[in-house]
Write a protein that binds this ligand. Structure first.
Ligand code: PLP
Length: 345
C-alpha cells in the first residue's frame, strides 16, 4: 500500500491519509498533498543502476539531497555522451569540456578524470549497455539555502547510463520542421552558453516555442540577431557544396558532435567546412540545413518557420527530405559509430 505523509514527521497509509484529511478538515486545515501525486511507475524501476555520490543504486533510490545547489539553483555542470558498441564516444573530449565548464563556474570536480571515466564504465557494465546515452553531472553540492557556493564543500557527482531517443526514427530520413525561437539566446556576458550548466531554462523555454507550433526543435538567435544553435544541438548550413556553421563567439555550446563533423566527417567526405557568422536569412537561403548533438546525432532540417507568438507567420522550405551532403555525412557518422573503432579520444 502506498505510504503517504499526512503531516510533517508522520507517515500513514492512503486510508490513514483520508483519516488525516478528515481530521485536518475538522480542524479547518487542508491536508498536505501526498506522494501519490508524484508517484510514477516509470520512476519506480530497478533499472538503470545509477551512480550517485559514491553509490551504485537502482533508479528508484537515485536521489539527491534537497539542499544540493544543483537542485536549488541549477548550480552545476553536465555532459550528455553517447555509448556505441560499449564504447564511450569521444569520452576524453566530453571529460575535458566537463572540467572546463566546472572551472568556468569556479567549481573543482572532486574526483580525477580517470575516476570519472571509471564511473561511466561501471555504469555501462552494471546496465549491460551496448548502445545508449550517459548523463554525467557535477553539482555544486549540499549547502545552505543561500546562494553562497562556499557553503557547499563537496560537489556532487552523478552518472546515469540509459537510453535516449529525441526524435522519431523516420525523421532522420524525412527531415524535421523547426521554428525560429522569438526568445534570444542568453548573451555571453550574462551566462556564456559555452558553459554546459545545469541551468537550461533559456533552452527549455525556447523548446516550448517549438512544442507550441508542433515542432521538435528551434533555431535560436542571439540578441544581435545572429544564428546560434538549437535548444540542444548545433546547426550547420550547406550552400553551394560548402558547409557553414556559426562561430562559438556568437553564443553557443561548442558541441563535441559539431567538432566531430568539422574535423572528421567533413575530412572523410571531402566537404569544406567554414565557421561563419550567419543571419537567419543565410540559413533560410541554404541548400540543406542539419543539426548535430550527442543525443540528436545528425538530423536534417527541411523546413524553418517563424511565428509571432500566436501563429506561424512565414514558412520556408529548405529541401525535400535529407539533402545529399547531409546524407553523406550521416552515413559516414553511422559507419564510424557502428564499427569496431568507435573513437573514445
Ligand atoms: C545547447 C546545446 N547545443 C549543442 C549541443 C550539442 O553538443 P554535443 O554535440 O556536445 O552533444 C548540446 C548538447 O547537449 C546542447 O545542449
Amino acid at each position: 500500500m502506498t505510504q503517504v505523509s499526512s503531516k510533517p514527521g508522520t507517515t500513514s497509509t492512503t486510508n490513514g491519509n483520508h483519516a488525516a484529511a478528515a481530521q485536518s478538515q475538522a480542524q479547518g486545515k487542508r491536508a498536505l498533498p501526498g506522494p501519490e501525486l508524484w508517484h510514477s511507475a516509470a520512476h519506480s524501476t530497478d533499472k538503470p543502476i545509477v551512480y550517485v555520490n559514491g553509490r551504485m543504486v537502482p533508479k528508484r533510490e537515485a536521489m539527491v539531497n534537497v539542499y544540493d545547489h544543483g537542485l536549488l539553483y541549477g548550480d552545476g555542470v553536465f555532459e550528455g555522451i553517447r555509448v556505441y558498441k560499449g564504447k564511450i564516444f569521444k569520452c576524453m573530449r566530453h571529460i575535458e569540456r566537463l572540467w572546463r565548464c566546472a572551472e568556468a563556474i569556479r567549481m573543482k570536480v572532486p574526483i580525477s578524470k580517470e575516476e570519472m571515466v571509471d564511473i561511466q564504465r561501471a555504469c555501462i557494465e552494471a546496465n549491460n549497455l551496448t548502445d545508449g546515452y550517459i548523463r554525467l553531472l557535477v553539482t555544486r553540492g549540499v549547502g545552505t539555502l543561500g546562494l553562497d557556493p562556499r557553503r557547499c564543500p563537496t560537489p556532487g557527482v552523478i552518472c546515469i547510463a540509459d537510453q535516449i531517443s529525441l526524435f522519431p526514427p523516420d525523421m532522420y530520413e524525412k527531415g524535421m520542421r523547426v521554428v525560429v525561437a522569438n526568445r534570444p539566446k542568453t548573451p555571453i556576458a550574462c551566462l556564456d552558453p559555452r558553459i554546459k550548466s545545469l541551468n537550461y531554462l533559456n533552452n527549455i523555454l525556447a523548446k516550448c516555442e517549438a512544442i507550441d507550433y508542433g515542432c521538435h526543435e528551434v533555431v535560436m538567435l542571439n540578441t544581435d540577431g545572429y544564428v546560434t544553435e538549437g535548444s540542444g544541438d548545433n546547426i550547420f548550413v550547406v550552400k553551394g557544396g560548402k558547409l557553414y556553421t556559426p562561430p562559438p563567439e556568437d553564443g553557443m555550446l561548442e558541441g563535441i558532435t559539431r567538432e566531430f563533423v568539422i574535423k572528421q566527417l567533413c575530412k572523410d567526405c571531402g566537404v569544406k567546412c567554414l565557421e561563419k557568422r550567419m543571419r537567419l536569412e543565410d540559413v533560410l537561403d541554404g541548400d540543406e540545413v542539419f543539426l548535430t548533438g550527442s543525443a540528436a546525432e545528425i538530423i536534417s532540417v527541411t523546413q524553418i518557420d517563424q511565428h509571432d507568438g500566436k501563429k506561424i507567420t512565414r514558412e520556408v522550405r529548405i529541401s525535400d527530405g535529407e539533402g545529399p551532403i547531409t546524407k553523406k555525412l550521416r552515413a559516414r557518422f553511422r559507419e564510424i559509430v557502428t564499427s569496431d573503432h568507435v573513437p573514445e579520444d
